[in-house]
Write a protein that binds this ligand. Sequence first.
Ligand code: NDP
Length: 448
Amino acid sequence: MVTAKPQSNPTTTTTKTKEMVHSPILTYFSVITLLSTCPPFVILLWYTMVHQDGSILNTFNYLKEHGVEGFVNIWPRPTAVAWKIIACYALFEAALQLWLPGKRVEGPISPTGNKPVYKANGVLAYAVTLVTYISLWWFGIFNPTVVYDHLGEIYSALIFGSLVFCVFLYIKGHVAPSSTDSGSSGNIIFDFYWGMELYPRIGKNFDIKVFTNCRFGMMSWAVLAVTYCIKQYETNGKVADSMLVNTVLMLVYITKFFWWEAGYWNTMDIAHDRAGFYICWGCLVWVPSIYTSPGMYLVNHPVNLGPQLAISILIAGILCIYINYDCDRQRQEFRRTNGKSLVWGKAPSKIVASYTTTKGETKTSLLLTSGWWGLSRHFHYVPEIMAAFFWTVPALFDNFLPYFYFVFLTILLFDRAKRDDDRCRSKYGKYWKTYCSKVPNRIIPGIY
Ligand code: NDP
């Protein structure tokens, strides 16, 4: 979800419109538009994929003929089966997050000087989840096709349940924040949309953003990718190579994510974006529906690519995922070793940038200006976008809808690069200017 974000400080109590990235009118407009359009969009996407053969034109004609009443009729009501599936999954993931063993990991220092502490058990939780899910199917205990057959009801339940959850986050941010990294912008809509707490927790150990973003959102992506594959197998008696390429690439990407999960805890989603509708609703609803949508489309479109094309797409996709991983790894190793790691076999070139915290203390950070980070300031978004293209292209080009995630991701990451640049410019001042003159392109080397 892309909008202008007010760059408010977690400890301020008034809205400072001059700190917004875009004008206040545009900001209000985009926030309210996204709050009101994202939920129905999820339902329309599911309906088009599952009931209209993936054709936007078919859905458009249906809505033209039946109007608002037709839309209300296609919106599935959350059923008891849907709530049961969600509750079992959420409780299982919460239990794994709390009780599986893992190394103690510290997150980055927050603007008010706190250091969140996590238990890094993501890979184990991921493995246990997939093994359990596939075993339930294999031994005839639970058939994942039930999930696919109730997908509309599940999304409907998630839409309403997650809205209630975001209200809970808003109230918690006001009355019982978990740390000093919390505060109001002074505007109820922004507080609900962007969130109030940076590190909300239940008790001392249950981190809400790790749950919503990683263990519910990203994990559901893997679980649904497997579900789509099994559904196609159960319907057709085999899995088309297009579905295999899509599923393998998505699983490689999600495996990479959990492998690097502790690194994710240093990124903007966790260290800068607060827990509200934008991040939490996005991860609880948008990830399971929109991110998984190329696989959802392929269930009813068993395209045959042939071994040569399938393997070429697979290799290209894996390469992109690897490069994306290597970009993140390079930056994090560089920071972890205080600039002493080798970057592409050489000592890194860097800028020592100082900044002032909200408490008035002066600190320094290192900015890497060689390796992937010397090509452009957000080069890692290029392989991220390309990987999404490669796991979608097995759907070929009969319909646009499977490419929606790819287009959405491109817009999201271009907006994110701008948001991050704005934030870093205000944090590092002249040092960021020096970085921009050394590495002039924002995302695509030599072009943008
Ligand atoms: P980054 O991991 O790129 O983190 C950005 C932060 O890194 C900046 O705010 C700054 O923080 C620091 N930084 C910036 N430039 C440098 C530099 N040259 N050297 C050292 N540190 C620097 O951000 P993202 O969270 O956007 O991306 C993380 C991963 O998540 C990527 O792989 C991305 O592709 C992926 N992603 C995927 C999305 C999806 O929906 N599929 C959405 C968003 C991201 P500081 O204040 O510490 O200096």
